[in-house]
Unconditional design. Structure first.
Length: 503
């Protein structure tokens, strides 16, 4: 079996200023060439790997035809393209060259139908196409026609890997390589793409590895696709590296990290240490590998924690959030590439807490309430929520008693006292709602205790003067104030628990 590869990268576009340069395209080709020529990985012969950088239409089309012709049924061929993909209004795909103009696609770009026909005429039944493209329309960003790459390029014995669905991102300016190619290369070089551990990396295994990594990094903006016909998924593209202790250890660390989203438990720690000893790795070597593998997870978690705190701070300051703040938070989420499934619950749950309990309890409890759903609720955190809500209710009791006792001297009768007490409870609820926003913390508690002590003076005078009825009315108000405060506390605790357990 002969293994052949054609690697094309177009990084510069001289004839159309609307086509932005893609410096990563050249580096993509060089990286793919490196892994394919590695005798321990790709096993391609140097004479069977053709590399083209910034070709024109004629040379690119002719080279494609030359590479695909003369192949036998069992021969393997890889066609890799990194650059701009252009789509006309009829939904036809063109591969841009260094001389491509969007106004004259048919004469300045390579038609995918031409490429597909050349591939169909080839006898090879093991064809792999990898398109790491930025897509756009010929005249607009979004073409009018329906894009159907599967029917244009896919057939029996052929696998088509695409870096993104159409109009998705494929390149990032800060990246040396395009995102998709970077993880294709990483999956082969580290052996991490060998999911079934059989020593071979199939096309679908490599794609699934790169797809997972790409979506983690781009927060689902890029959606790599794979089109397979019949036995295409059984095509093997490279060997998994074996025998290297560092790579073997990295595979194990990567597996545990993926299963637990970067949180390696104590049992896995023991297994990793035993494996390190078996592989005769030095502790510092193993530590360096683990740090490298876990760093993306740790960086992501740090950004997510900062995002939580930022949301908590802004929602404590603004009630509700302003459209500008919401937009800024969205921009921050995209800048840090946080996943929607991690950030959306934060916004939804904090809204619930804020709407029902006010900003006081929100600020104290939001970080506990908005933990990702994968983390289980434990007794200590629930007990803490109950304690916090009870303490806030206790503050309400003190304030209510203080106000009620101060009003005791002015009461006309018991019913009038009950009416005033309802007003006091309402005032207390308003106080709880705006307490944090007013930047007041300990002062209300101190003031409440002081008022209670001062208000005991008329009560003592009533006892001394044997004015039992006045003292009795005060005691009734105090008991009702305690009951009212307890109800406030129960209400707060109930909503806290509902918000926590119904995530």
């Amino acid at each position: 079996m002969v293994k052949v590869a054609l690697l094309i990268g177009v990084s510069e576009y001289d004839s159309d200023e609307l086509l932005s340069p893609l410096p990563a395209a050249k580096k993509d080709v060089e990286a793919m060439e490196r892994v394919l020529l590695n005798p321990q990985l790709g096993e391609f012969e140097p004479s069977h790997v053709k590399k083209m950088i910034n070709p024109d239409v004629a040379s690119m089309t002719r080279t494609i035809e030359e590479m695909f012709s003369g192949l036998g049924r069992n021969d393997f061929i890889l066609f890799y393209f990194s650059g701009h993909g252009l789509i006309d209004d009829g939904g036809r795909l063109y591969f841009a060259t260094a001389k491509t103009s969007k106004k004259y696609l048919r004469s300045t770009a390579v038609d995918s139908n031409t490429v597909s026909q050349i591939m169909k005429d080839s006898h090879s039944q093991q064809q792999v196409i990898i398109l790491d493209c930025c897509y756009s329309g010929a005249y607009n960003l979004h073409p009018k026609g329906v894009v159907d790459i599967k029917n244009q390029l896919t057939c029996k014995g052929r696998v088509v890997l695409k870096s993104s669905s159409f109009y998705g991102l494929s390149y990032f300016k800060e990246s040396e390589l395009s995102v998709y190619t970077r993880y294709l290369v990483e999956g082969i070089e580290t052996g991490a793409a060998d999911k079934d551990r059989d020593g071979w990396i199939s096309v679908d295994e490599l794609h699934e590895y790169a797809k997972q990594k790409v979506q983690e990094e781009t927060t689902m903006k890029m959606k790599p696709k794979i089109d397979i016909e019949e036995d295409g998924h059984k095509i093997f593209i490279a060997k998994a590296p074996v025998g290297d202790p560092k790579i073997e250890y990295r595979k194990l660390v990567s597996r545990y990290a993926e299963e637990s989203e970067g949180q390696i438990d104590s049992v896995s720690e023991i297994i990793l240490e035993e494996r390190r000893i078996e592989l005769k790795l030095k502790p510092e070597e193993a530590k360096a590998i683990r740090q490298e593998v876990l760093k993306p997870y740790q960086d992501y978690q740090q950004k997510l924690d900062r995002y939580k705190k930022t949301v908590a701070d802004k929602m404590a300051e603004e009630n509700p959030l302003t459209p500008r703040t919401i937009k800024n938070l969205k921009d921050l989420r995209e800048k840090w590439r946080l996943r929607h499934e991690d950030t959306d619950p934060i916004m939804e749950q904090t809204k619930t807490v804020r709407n029902w309990l006010g900003t006081t309890l929100f600020r104290n409890n939001v970080l506990q309430l908005t933990q990702p759903s994968r983390q289980p609720t434990n007794f200590s955190s629930t007990r803490e929520l109950l304690f916090r809500s009870a303490f806030t209710g206790f503050e309400g009791v003190l304030l209510t008693i203080a106000l009620a006792s101060l009003l005791e001297a002015t009461l006309i009768d018991a019913w009038f006292g009950l009416w005033l007490l309802l007003l006091v409870i309402l005032a207390n609820l308003i106080f709880v709602q705006f307490r944090y926003k007013m930047k007041i913390f300990v002062l209300p508690l101190i003031a409440s205790i002081t008022f209670c002590l001062v208000s005991l003076v008329p009560t003592l005078r009533s006892v001394i003067d044997d004015q039992i009825s006045s003292s009795y009315s005060f005691l009734v108000l105090m008991v009702m104030a305690i009951i009212g405060g307890a109800l406030i506390s129960i209400l707060m605790a109930s909503w806290l628990l509902i918000a926590r357990f119904n995530r």
